[in-house]
Write a protein that binds this ligand. Structure first.
Ligand code: C5P
Length: 305
């Protein structure tokens, strides 16, 4: 008897080292100039065979109940988009998502699962699709999905989906604090619009950040972290200001809201400093969870087939 196929894809979350935001466009999106870095906090997506026309998703993990499993699930949408792209009629799949990336945390968790589903379904359905074609399907699903495929460190323009891989030296030790508050991405962008009614094109990523990444100068990277959505996120959830201050007081080189938040990311000088910082934050009651990760790591990858 033929052995059942077991296709698993591992995909990382991301932080934005720079997130420069311009005034909103006619399509509702905002022009970005951003530097993504993929971090070692991974979701896993498994694709199992299912009868023709049957596409389902199950979500496992602490925050599983927060992820929809109906047709609004982004991984299911990714499966549908890939089937349409390949001209396949109703191929079946059972997706199982094991979540570790925080849900609606500002770390592209939903986008990561969509990127992983694209790779997993391509393998299950034996679709031979080139990476640049997959990136086009990914961009149709959401602004962060192409980066979740690519991983490592990349400059993003447009909606964040026009990517250029970046030169980056060294290994970065981050501590992530997951505050017990909720924030929705559209809500944060809307507050950004209120706070910046005259915003024009996206401002540039600080040259010092690019130089620091190219030379592996962690202190220079820390000095140049910037997130234009941070004032909006903090004004909606003032608790984030306390979390950011606590991380810096406890020895971080710098702290920043990740993407649209509420996750706060702290850059440490080295691994020992990151261990001390994560212990301090874990004992502080400021966050529901604290995670220590390193970066950069590759994007969505097949684990076995
Ligand atoms: O593309 P995605 O569905 O992940 O984006 C979620 C929301 O974030 C969008 O509906 C929009 O409100 C906001 N967004 C934006 N500009 C971007 C990316 C996202 O306004 N460049």
């Amino acid at each position: 008897m033929e052995k059942a196929e077991r296709i698993r894809v591992r995909v990382p979350g991301k932080v934005n080292l720079a997130l420069r935001v311009g005034g909103h466009r006619a399509d509702g999106y905002h022009p970005l100039d951003t530097v993504f870095q993929a971090v070692s906090l991974f979701d896993e997506v498994e694709a199992l065979p299912a009868p023709r026309g049957v596409r389902t998703v199950r979500v496992l993990g602490d925050q599983a109940s927060l992820v929809p499993t109906d047709e609004s699930n982004l991984a299911l949408k990714a499966a549908q988009a890939l089937a349409s792209y390949a001209g396949m009629r109703q191929p079946g799949v059972e997706l199982v998502i094991r979540k570790t990336i925080p849900v609606t945390g500002g770390m592209a968790g939903g986008s990561a699962d969509a990127a992983a589903a694209l790779i997993a379904c391509a393998a299950l359905w034996r679709i031979d699709v080139a990476p640049d074609e997959l990136a086009v399907v990914a961009a149709g699903l959401g602004a962060d999905v192409p980066f979740c495929l690519m991983g490592s460190t990349a400059l993003g323009r447009g909606r964040g989906d026009e990517l250029v891989p970046m030169l980056s030296r060294g290994s970065y030790h981050w501590v992530l604090a997951l505050p017990d508050v909720e924030l929705s991405t559209p809500e944060v962008f809307a507050r950004f619009d209120e706070l910046n009614p005259d915003a024009g094109p996206a401002p540039e990523t600080p040259p010092g950040l690019l130089a620091g990444l190219a030379s592996g100068d962690i202190a220079q990277v820390a000095d140049n972290l910037v997130n234009d959505l941070q004032p909006a996120a903090v004004s909606l959830r003032p608790h984030l200001a306390d979390v950011l201050a606590a991380g810096v007081d406890a020895g971080a080189l710098a702290g920043i809201v990740s993407g649209s938040g509420p996750t706060c990311a702290f850059l440490s000088e080295n691994e020992d400093a990151a261990v001390r910082l994560s212990n301090a934050l874990a004992g502080s009651d400021l966050a529901r969870a604290v995670r220590r990760v390193c970066a950069p790591v590759p994007g969505a990858r097949l684990l076995s087939c």
